[in-house]
Design a protein around this ligand. Sequence first.
Ligand code: PMV
Length: 328
Amino acid sequence: MKTKTKAKAKAKAYSNIAFIKYWGKRNASLRIPVNSSISMNLSSVYTLTSVEFDEKLKDDKIKIDGSISKGVERERVIKHLNRIRKIGKFNIKANVISRNNFPKGTGIASSASGFAALTVAAVKAAGINISQRRLSTLARLGSGSACRSIPDGFVEWRKGKGSESSYAYSIYLPNYWEIRDIIAIVGERKKKVSSSEGHKLVSTSPFFKSRMQFLPKRIQRIKRAFRDKDFTDFGKTIEEEALNMHAVMMTSKPALFYWLPDTIGVMNSIIQWREQGLESYFTLDAGPNVHVICEERNSRKLTDKLRAVKGVKQLIVNKPSIGARLVG
Ligand code: PMV
């Protein structure tokens, strides 16, 4: 940073849902994944983060959702600020204020939108000028899935060969396909093992090798479905993929089990409605909430029906969204 004055910027980044999942790292500290993944940015779940580098500060000040951040969470943010200070060749402390628009306790992960917003705001505040590809690479170092919240719309994260070539880019803009992700919140199962730790367990599952073997075909299949806007094949593929990832999780040592009874209730309803002609498919992250993927024309009907399913506490309807942006 050249000037000695205060430098401030604010960014907004949306969370994303993976259709092809990132589960397992080839390099843990650099967060290089074992496979490429494909996702969609979510219009209704986002983080707003402001970063101000201020020479008067003796320490970094980090506030998330109104509370002063402590422990591991604080260390992870500082580590990320250090990466940016290293690029900018300066050592000024920062005041970081971050807010998620989704309520805590819903089990929605904030690390993707959080680290994407932090990256864009801190890079700008530091006066660094880098490409979107490098922003994505940098966000990845904070949290893997955050690299997918940088570009617009539907995104592929290429696993890459090394750190520089492992980044996400937009495969289609948000208005390419009018699909929706209705998140059915059924509760929060407190994670005993964080996803950062969970990634390290993949190779302990006897199903991991077979997952790796089938993934390239599944990625090809989903890309074809995207190209042809073949919603039925797209849906079948994402459901198969989510169940495959959870099978690996459940058969890891120790086993990672993220579902609640109501998770299965929602999944069964989706299957049943589909048999009756109302088409939608489910996918899940490392948590109990069900992401119900449908075409826009069925969104209203599905929200009405989902509201009546046992255990559904809240519904969050998402359109495909733009990526991370600076805001005023
Ligand atoms: O970015 P992380 O370390 O929180 O991992 C995300 C892992 C999943 O949400 C389960 C899958 C994905 O690709 O988002």
